[in-house]
Design a protein around this ligand. Structure first.
Ligand code: ZN
Length: 384
């Protein structure tokens, strides 16, 4: 309960006391299902509604963005930004997605490869970074894919061929054998999703997969069903950096690809897992600092951003669940605009991932209402 009460403190300071109840309910996936309905302690009514524009993380507010985006005036170039420890963010979003790079004495590890079109530039930027900050080994040895979407894996072939793989054990490290091409690692499910030339050449299916590189534990967390069924989140344990892939986006609501095994509840499970992996620095202020988080898209984050995003996604999920369980059709739920009070910050009416697409994905992937007690029913105190 310690973690939940500390989350409560933060949101109370950001939005006022009435939201603390919402947070507790949201994070625990319990209450707040009736947010568009009548009154209760967590209802979002005209007087008490959560106004994201009052949040310090509203998109108009330059929090980490100013730093992460420094030197990226939309110039089409890639600007490495030091996150912390051994990890860098290749700011400028090679192909609209974030690429994280770990550089150390043993060589280079790359998380995602952007689009194919940007890959030569990305490779050159990584090699320059390695020349400047690398140790004895400067080659790219590892590439991790956080999902199978082309804006994340499009550069696989080019980046892989820009590196090599160490063969032999660590005991031979002083004189390692090298074979051309880095090792690209991803979830097994990617093989059915992406063209063969871009395939990872090492796949796994475990929920957690770890190894040591550059003197730190690198841990892959595979959520069963988040945006797709092929996601990875990457934790650099000593640098204290978490790359979430599309599980967290600072650009829009999470993309949930139901045709590729994604689901809203899997997405929330992944967000909650990320929240547990991230630790805030309480000396800096509640929920801020500590673990740095590289989202799939948009600016660098910390735990506070993750908490806020999780609350919002949970709230929308519970609203849709409430009405779906009462027999409302998708069209009826869409007409109620269950994202309305968050759309100013997160919504899109056009483009590749609209609010309507998100609501539809939530509606479609919610589990059918089971028999027995409805744990998302309105609380008794709501009088409904
Ligand atoms: Zn993405």
């Amino acid at each position: 309960m310690h973690g939940i009460s500390s989350r409560g403190r933060v949101v109370r300071s950001a939005y006022g006391a009435s939201v603390a109840g919402l947070l507790l309910g949201a994070v625990m996936l319990l209450g707040s299902s009736n947010a568009l309905a009548q009154s209760s302690t967590v209802v979002i009514s005209k007087s008490t509604r959560l106004d994201v524009r009052q949040s310090p993380y509203y998109k108009g507010y330059d929090f980490y963005a100013g730093r992460a985006d420094q030197g990226t005036p939309g110039d089409g170039e890639i600007h490495p930004w030091h996150v912390q420890g051994n990890v860098w963010l290749m700011a400028g979003e090679p192909g609209e997605s974030n690429v994280a790079v770990q550089v150390g004495n043993a060589g280079v590890l790359v998380v995602d490869t952007g689009t194919q079109a940007m890959a030569p530039k990305l490779l050159a930027a990584i090699q320059k970074l390695a020349a400047e900050y690398g140790g004895e080994q400067k080659a790219i040895h590892w590439v991790i894919n956080t999902d199978g979407l082309m804006d994340h894996v499009g550069g696989n072939y080019i980046v892989r061929n820009g590196g090599n793989t160490i063969v032999g054990s660590n005991f031979q490290f002083d004189n390692p054998g090298l074979t051309p091409g880095a090792t690209v690692i991803g979830n097994l499910n990617l093989l059915t999703r992406i063209p063969q030339p871009l395939w990872p050449n090492e796949t796994h299916t475990e929920p957690i997969y770890s190894w040591d590189f550059n003197d730190e534990a690198v841990r892959l967390y595979h959520p069963v069903s988040a945006n797709t069924d092929g996601n990875e989140m990457v934790l650099f344990r000593r640098s204290d950096v978490l790359a979430t892939g599309d599980v967290l986006s600072m650009v829009h609501y999470p993309v949930i690809d139901s045709k590729r095994g994604g689901s809203i509840d899997g997405e929330l499970a992944a967000l909650n897992q990320a929240m547990e992996l991230a630790v805030a620095d309480f000396h800096m202020g509640p929920q801020e600092g500590g673990t740095m988080i590289v989202p799939g898209h948009g600016r660098l984050c910390d735990q506070a951003d993750l908490v806020e995003y999780t609350i919002i996604v949970t709230t929308i999920r519970n609203r849709v669940m409430y009405y779906k369980n009462r027999g409302k059709s998708l069209q009826q739920v869409l007409a109620m605009k269950p994202t309305w009070d968050f759309d100013d910050r997160w919504g899109e009416s056009t483009g590749s991932w609209t609010s309507r697409q998100f609501v539809q994905a939530v509606y479609d992937t919610l589990p059918a209402r089971g028999k027995g007690k409805d744990r998302f029913a309105m609380p008794a105190m709501a009088g409904g």
